[in-house]
Design a protein around this ligand. Structure first.
Ligand SMILES: Nc1nc2c(ncn2[C@@H]2O[C@H](COP(=O)(O)OP(=O)(O)O)[C@@H](O)[C@H]2O)c(=O)[nH]1
Ligand SMILES: [Mg+2]
Length: 442
């Protein structure tokens, strides 16, 4: 199989600058996004790979410069700022929140004497760190190699132009790049083949993965909506003491105990980003694979965000694309987060909406914890809706049925007597049916 390792030999720089360029003369007819909100999203992306932000600003660009994107005045000013910060906190990466051409990226690195990463590069890092399934990892690797390949090819043309006059054409540098490119092409070919294999056997994988003993609740939503904060809130307060399943394996999945006595697995996911670079769409969908298998989806929304409605549409569109339909809303709960930031007028509108009982909507603040217990209750209700509680006595020797029950249901109560094991088990309707048939046959 093909493996792709993100280069961890060099730890990612801890301190960074975040720059959000705004093209002021473009996008006629399109409502410009709020620059503060866009900058906050950019910071959220940087934080998602543990970067510490020393400084963040948005910069108006009237005329993008082919060589450096920013005008020379801005390049100098940012360079000075980096130098000033250098005395105390060396900045080692600048995140420029747009797609940079390879030439722009290199020129800025030279001007600022530090690593520059663009939006595609940063999102790739995030996906790379978070991809969980084999398909997800392959999709990310494919996107990463494709990105890298375009950089190589174009930087090669650039170098060639520089070298042209000096007569270095065909020199060692060129051959090296040719070689790198060929290696990347080979890797891309292998990954594509592996991906085809994985897709062919995907349904098998799915059945295997479905054996997780508890229902899965997935948190989805935009970057910065507060998914991780809510995840921590929920799992810290209601953590299962012996969470062996995911204790150390995976920091983005944990079991929680519901009021009903049932356990559920909560899964934090990679957030949505606005204007996702198109070459990353497949990789992004692959990271959502676990959402498809979830029993319940919590759509976490930043209720205080100015683009909140547009974000909701984006999220629902993508979820529909991967097969989670808005109409199947019994599988989805909308969670309005950050209510602590809402003004009174906005709160009233939201409350009116919450009072309409037919919509699965709830308001919380992951920061203060308000509403989180109520959310846990709702999860319990939703997960047990349609489920049947079955009381039964098993012969102590009937290990097979016992194992089956643990695998396919939620054993809520158990008392082991001499004659019989008494159990109270919550079962999905289909499983309850299956159990009845089995018992009838015995
Ligand atoms: N005021 C407020 N801030 C919040 C709340 N929930 C999250 N945040 C902040 O929003 C930012 C993004 O949160 P995070 O959980 O990382 O969002 P994620 O990208 O969806 O995982 C962080 O600075 C959080 O502290 C909330 O309920 N109220
Ligand atoms: Mg997060």
């Amino acid at each position: 199989m093909t493996t792709f390792q993100f280069d961890n030999s060099e730890p990612i720089a801890e301190r960074c600058l975040v720059l959000h360029p705004r093209l002021v003369n473009s996008g006629r007819g399109e409502a410009p996004r709020n620059p503060d909100a866009s900058l906050e999203e950019a910071c959220g992306l940087a934080r998602a790979i543990e970067l510490q932000i020393d400084h963040a600003e948005w910069i108006n660009i009237a005329k993008p410069q082919p060589g450096t994107l920013f005008g020379s005045g801005t390049v100098t000013r940012i360079g000075k700022q980096i130098q000033d910060l250098h005395e105390t906190d060396p900045v080692s990466v600048v995140f420029v929140d747009t797609a940079l051409s390879p030439v722009q990226q290199r020129n800025l690195e030279q001007a600022w004497q530090c690593k520059v990463i663009d939006r595609t590069g940063l999102i790739l890092e995030i996906f790379g760190a978070r991809a969980r399934t084999r398909e997800g990892r392959l999709q990310v690797a494919l996107a990463a190699f494709t990105y890298q390949r375009s950089r190589l090819v174009r930087s090669w043309t650039h170098l060639e132009r520089q070298r042209g006059g000096a007569g270095f054409m065909g020199g060692p540098g060129e051959r090296q790049i040719e070689l790198d490119r060929r290696m990347i092409d080979q890797s891309i070919g292998r990954i594509k083949k592996d991906l085809a294999d994985v897709k062919r056997t995907r349904s098998l994988h799915r059945n295997a993965r479905k054996r997780v003993p508890h229902p899965v609740v997935a948190l989805v939503g935009y970057t910065n909506a507060g998914k991780s904060t809510l995840f921590n809130r929920m799992t810290n307060a209601h953590v299962v003491a012996q969470d062996q399943l995911f204790a150390t394996l995976d920091p983005t999945m944990r079991s929680i105990q519901l009021q009903t006595g049932q356990e559920a697995i909560v899964s934090d996911t990679v957030g949505f980003v606005s204007n996702l670079p198109h070459e990353l769409v497949e990789a992004f969908h692959a990271t959502l694979e676990e959402v498809m298998e979830a029993d319940l989806v919590l759509h976490v929304r930043d209720a205080s965000h100015p683009d909140s409605e547009a974000q909701k549409t984006d999220v629902l569109t993508v979820l529909a694309e991967i097969g989670i339909d808005e109409l199947a809303s019994r599988d989805m709960v909308e969670v309005f987060n950050k209510t602590d930031l809402m003004d009174d007028g906005a709160k009233e509108v939201l409350e009116n909406r919450l009072n309409r009982a037919d919509e699965p909507v709830i308001a919380v603040s992951a920061l203060t914890g308000e509403g989180v217990d109520a959310l846990i209750d709702i999860i319990g209700e939703r997960l047990s809706a349609g489920y049947e509680m079955v009381d039964l006595d098993l012969e102590p020797a009937d290990g097979a049925t016992l194992a089956w029950l643990y695998r396919n249901g939620d054993v809520v109560e158990r008392s082991d007597g001499e004659e019989a094991i008494h159990l109270k088990v919550r079962l999905a309707p289909a499983k309850a049916e299956q159990l009845q048939q089995q018992r009838r046959r015995q």
